[in-house]
Ligand binder design. Structure first.
Ligand SMILES: NC(=O)c1ccc[n+]([C@@H]2O[C@H](COP(=O)([O-])OP(=O)(O)OC[C@H]3O[C@@H](n4cnc5c(N)ncnc54)[C@H](O)[C@@H]3O)[C@@H](O)[C@H]2O)c1
Length: 387
């Protein structure tokens, strides 16, 4: 290679690495078989769903875990052969080298912990929400970008083959002119931790977030929101704090306005008797429905664990079931999926601007309840999500 060619190649390579901060990991994975080094913060309930999945991910090496309840971190380290465990994020950031932090703590501290990780040069996968406000989330995204890092947020609902099928039908115009959609998700509320019921907890960021991600993912960014939220059960008893006052909504109805006059509606809450339990096993009814001038379409089961899509059109009015298999998709896969994309230098469907839009909608719903107003939104995300 002559000097001119060398500069051409290295200029292209540095442009590629500017365009894709993931390329550095991909190079190491390809040339040295180096896995993405992962650290987990928050070793509570959801970590018991994450660890079994990510510990089997071929692209990942879990190098550290952390919890302010150190016995939890110690237990996880022992169970999953994790070399180091910590009781404080600062110790983990200074004591272990890793590429990606998984934030699985109480919702209220996600923003603060994610900022610390980014400041220390780590990429972030965060359980929802990735920050406590849209403003804070956007700052984190800008911080990540300025440092050549990435941040992504749960949920992973857009990864299901059922989501992809529905998006493809919308792209093809199978439903004609889309008019409306509905999403439903609730259960009796978590019994283990108080933070779900404390300020900036609530049923929208814990449960409604799935339907908001699915419906905006399918229908495109929302332009405005109206909502009502209430507290149905003012007191609860939870494992970590005993009897507590419920201070954030446990019941919510949200209406979103999308492009071309499409309206969607979501109901979510912590007071829905659910015979399918917290894990939603056996839910055979549709929880996401879309209606258009030529057809309608229903996602069977919860959007985070769908079992199929029922489609009915003017040409074929008898409903037909499609995509009965998940092809390996599980809601716990978000961090493993991101690690795979980091290792291979490919772009995941899960998109941080989408997560930020969902966060803005949750905030707008609260503002709508507080003011009685319809709230205009500013954020957008790349859409359609399935081409
Ligand atoms: N539990 C589930 O099934 C489930 C499912 C999907 C998503 N989520 C989400 O996962 C997150 C965690 O929920 P959970 O149910 O696991 O809660 P949890 O209370 O069971 O666990 C949270 C853990 O984080 C730890 N923690 C809190 N602050 C910390 C800090 N500053 N540093 C280190 N550790 C800290 C707590 O000690 C606790 O062990 C929430 O965002 C929730 O919405 C939970």
């Amino acid at each position: 290679m002559n000097r001119k060619e060398f500069f051409k190649v290295s200029a292209a390579a540095s442009l590629a690495s500017l365009l894709s901060p993931l390329s550095a990991y991909a190079e190491k994975f390809e040339s040295e078989g180096k896995k993405v080094k992962v650290a987990v913060i928050g070793c509570g309930s959801v970590s018991t769903q994450y660890f079994p999945h990510i510990s089997k991910c071929p692209y990942v090496e879990i190098v550290a875990c952390c919890d302010i309840k150190p016995d939890r971190a110690q237990k996880a380290a022992k169970q999953y052969n994790i070399p180091k465990w910590y009781k404080h994020i600062d110790d983990m950031l200074s004591g272990s080298k890793f590429d990606l932090m998984l934030t699985l703590t109480d919702m209220q501290v996600h923003g603060e912990l994610n900022r610390k990780a980014l400041m220390a040069g780590r990429n972030v996968w965060s359980e929802k929400p990735l920050a406590n406000s849209y403003k804070e989330g956007k700052e984190l995204y800008d911080l990540a970008t300025s440092k050549g890092l990435r941040i992504w947020g749960a949920p992973a609902v857009v990864n299901s083959p059922q989501f992809a099928f529905m998006a493809e039908q919308i792209n093809k115009g199978t439903l004609g002119n889309l008019a409306c959609a509905h999403g439903h998700y609730g259960h009796e509320g978590p019994s283990w931790s108080a933070f779900f019921y404390e300020p900036l907890g609530g049923s929208m960021p814990d449960l409604g977030v799935y339907n908001i991600a699915t419906l905006t993912g399918l229908l495109g960014p929302a332009k405005s929101v109206v909502a009502m939220t209430t507290i149905v059960t003012p007191e609860r008893t939870v494992d970590d704090k005993g009897k507590i006052k419920v201070r954030e909504e446990d019941n919510a109805m949200i209406i979103m306005e999308h492009e071309k006059g499409v309206l969607s509606h979501i109901e979510c809450g912590f007071n829905y008797f659910d015979p399918y339990g917290h894990l939603g096993k056996g839910q055979e009814k549709a929880t996401i429905s879309l209606y258009g001038s030529h057809g309608n379409m229903h996602m069977v089961g919860y959007d985070w664990a769908p079992n199929g899509v029922d489609l009915s059109t003017m040409d074929h009015p008898v409903p037909q079931r499609f995509v009965p298999d998940t092809n390996g998709y599980v809601w716990q896969e978000g961090a493993s999926d991101i690690s795979k994309h980091m290792a291979l230098n490919t772009e995941p469907r899960i998109n941080v601007e989408h997560a930020l839009h969902v966060l803005e909608i949750i905030e707008a719903a609260r503002k709508s309840q507080a003011t009685g107003q319809r709230i205009q939104l500013v954020s957008k995300f790349p859409w359609p999500m399935v081409k």
